[in-house]
Design a protein around this ligand. Structure first.
Ligand code: ADP
Ligand code: MG
Length: 322
């Protein structure tokens, strides 16, 4: 049934004063449908576009109280999946997380839950933190990063109590929660070699993860999978193993990063070969360094020589760091 427009205008006004965004959007969509029926298709499309755009406004920086603010940093992510350069299998896994999230109601009707407890493992600079940010960006959810380091050093001794507080927040406020480099929870530096306490904290973390039935997405990232117990894996809905980029990914990364700055005489295969032991982050950095150098020298493009130089610089940093 198509409602009279006068009624809809009244409902819009009422929704505004009730601060009822959902009802407001429902009425706006009814309006769009009404206009479409009248043959005003471009108006209908414009209205729907406005609603689609406003979806991203779900993602707001969450003003945590002082206590939590010391442990969780909240931000809004604009990262998109298209920016993430990973092997096809990882990309497919990330897409599946998104797909299941969007269609969680459909799954729940059949007693299934969308996968939302995710473990990301792999060497530094391969896109784990970025993946959490992409999930937040694509899902239009705030990104909340738990400062694991602080949790285990500053709050040593009360870590379990703090974890409980964090998981209460996860249940109360829907967002993507990132426990970045969370292996610090179980690490030696955290507990002054008190192995017993260390295990207790790690276990309570795992139990909190297991018990969680929230609508949030929980991402745990680690550079150090070997430190972690096998028993850990089954607490997560999915484990994604990140690795250094292969030839295909390196080429894609350089093209993405240099973008308009790429010199078309640059022999890509030669450049790619020189990147074979570098991480995504290091290659991105070499590209950025080359772009900056080009700009400062009033060059419009990055040529092969300049890029190769910056890659060599990354390679030497990498070797020294071994
Ligand atoms: N897979 C990737 N695709 C595109 N850019 C990447 C990727 N991995 C890393 N980067 C770049 O390097 C930066 C640091 O990577 P990050 O996600 O922090 O790595 P990690 O968390 O695995 O150590 C990112 O912000 C991004 O600019
Ligand atoms: Mg990281």
């Amino acid at each position: 049934m198509v409602m009279a427009t006068a009624e809809q205008i009244k409902m819009l006004i009422q929704s505004h004063f009730d601060k009822n965004d959902d009802r407001f959007k429902t009425v706006v969509l009814q309006l769009a449908a009404y206009e479409a029926k009248q043959g005003h298709t471009s108006l209908a499309r414009d209205i729907r576009t406005l609603i689609d755009k406003s979806k991203s406004s779900n993602a707001k920086v969450i003003p945590f109280n002082k206590d939590l603010g010391e442990m969780i940093a909240s931000s809004v992510s604009e990262n998109r999946l298209s920016e993430l350069v990973v092997k096809d299998d990882i990309k497919a896994r990330v897409e599946r997380i998104l797909k299941e999230f969007w269609q969680q109601d459909k799954l729940k009707k059949h007693g299934m839950n969308n996968r939302r407890k995710i473990l990301l493992a792999g060497p530094p600079g391969t896109g784990k933190t970025m993946t959490a940010s992409v999930l937040a960006g694509e899902l239009h959810l705030p990104l909340c990063t738990i400062m694991v380091d602080k949790l285990v050093t500053k709050f040593m001794g009360e870590t379990s109590a703090k974890l409980r507080q964090i998981f209460e927040t996860i249940a109360e406020t829907q967002a993507v929660y990132l426990f970045d480099e969370f292996d610090a929870i179980g690490s030696e530096r955290s507990m002054d070699n008190d192995v017993g306490e260390m295990r207790r904290v790690l276990n309570s973390f795992l139990q909190f993860i297991e018990k969680d039935q929230s609508l949030s997405v929980i991402v745990a990232a680690t550079n150090n999978l070997r430190l972690l117990d096998q028993a850990l894996f089954r607490r997560f809905d999915d484990v994604l193993n990140y690795g250094l980029p292969g030839e295909v990914e390196i080429e894609r990364l350089i093209n993405n990063r240099l973008n308009a700055f790429i010199d078309n005489k640059l022999r890509m295969k030669e450049v790619v070969k020189k990147c074979m032991s570098l991480s995504h982050a290091e290659i991105a950095r070499a590209c950025d360094d080359a772009i900056k150098e080009a700009i400062l020298n009033d060059k419009e493009t990055v040529n092969e020589k300049l890029l190769t130089l910056m890659i060599a610089e990354r390679n030497s940093v990498y070797l020294r760091g071994e």
